[in-house]
Design a binder for this molecule. Sequence first.
Ligand code: GDP
Ligand code: MG
Length: 460
Amino acid sequence: MHTLKIDYSPVTYKFKIESTFDYSNTSFNDFINLKIGKEERIFNWTEEAFNKYADSINERSFKVFIKCDEFEKQEIIRQIEGLQHLDENEKIDINYSFEVFDIDKIYDLMRSFESFLFNCNDELVSKEFEKIKDNIIQKHQQEVNIVAAATMSAGKSTLLNALIGQSILPTKNEATTATICKLKINNNLDFFKGQVINGDSDIVEDNIDENWISKHNEKANDPESKLEILLEGPVFEFETFGMDVFFIDTPGPNNSQNENHREATYTYLKDEKNKPILMYILNATQLRTNDELGTLREISEFLKKHKNSNDRIIFILNRIDDLDPDKEPLVYKLKKTEEYLKENFSIKNPKIFPVSAEYGRLAIKSAKGETLSRPEKNKLRKFNEDFMPCLSEGFIGIPVFDYLPVSENFQSQIKDQLGKSEELDNLIYSGIYGLKSYLQYFMKHQQRSDLYPSDKPHIF
Ligand SMILES: Nc1nc2c(ncn2[C@@H]2O[C@H](COP(=O)(O)OP(=O)(O)O)[C@@H](O)[C@H]2O)c(=O)[nH]1
Ligand SMILES: [Mg+2]
């Protein structure tokens, strides 16, 4: 059996390929007839490369050995699983093994090296260091922005409340979110504090709640308004990995009362410096709305130009609790959503996370031991009954974790958490746990590397 060996650097995206199949006199690219871009992340080309390699060596099974980062490993395993599940004559059986970089070690090393440089008294070193010092300082000031974007009432604010673990952003059917609300994670604080920014005056207040935000939102409806609400506080079970992390609630792009707001989603999308994680929220019960066309077209254009971004722009299929499991099973709805994005916007292989933001919000509230109102309790009980299996009735439940756009390996890590407590089970079934795990995983393995673009190796 032939072996394909790929040595890839998650930092520079450079790679070396060797194969036991002798294709001497040509390059690997020519041999398999595929152009692999130099600046592309490995999983942008592996699936096609595996297919073409199988065709070129005329065998449907081979081994691969890949050196890469854990995040990339999971993505590639997912592709390999896909190839193994194809129809009989198309399927490719890949026997895989990986060698994974310890990304934490790399960052620890980089940090100690940087601190050595900052404190070094040697004249020669200091002189050289001056040239790149500003660059390093600037990189440490970059923000991780996790942006919720969608048309109005898709559930942006509810989703963020669920992720944050605090019902702080106002959620209603009206256009309540009229301004941008930035929420900075600060796990050293006990409560959220807030600030309204309008260019010249700042207000700082403690004990911020939904009413406080609603009040300032009303003012922000003024078409000339450039108000921004800034909140800072602790976020339940969410690591920042030493970065400045913000959750951002944008007004729906169809909120045309204010042109500044319309631009907000696009501005974040195109922020090449900070490279945000954009969650585009789709309402599962209402896929075709005209409001959506503009933003989704922008996202589609962006993805065509930035292939490396297809895992930082993710789709959330919200309100899955509103689907009728007999008429529209989740697996079917996810297929439809994928087709919808492909046919109307040419968005291929989107990562779609099914969630019920409202279920997640209530699940977290109960997990934190907070008091639920009577209607909230009833709602949570109903969600629980609708999603969890009931063996005596032959009901298998809605195994949301089985449909997460991650490898089977990642899925089973989530499944392993089931049964520990009812609160955690609720969170897992709501889809919020899977989404949160993905965000954390992405931040840990990918975001940090992206914030250090390819000039990083020059430091070393
Ligand atoms: N049933 C259900 N309702 C939801 C869900 N997510 C949001 N909602 C409701 O939808 C309405 C609009 O949600 P909101 O978060 O304010 O939407 P936004 O305009 O996108 O910020 C609110 O009444 C929410 O309670 C969900 O997953 N399931
Ligand atoms: Mg909102």
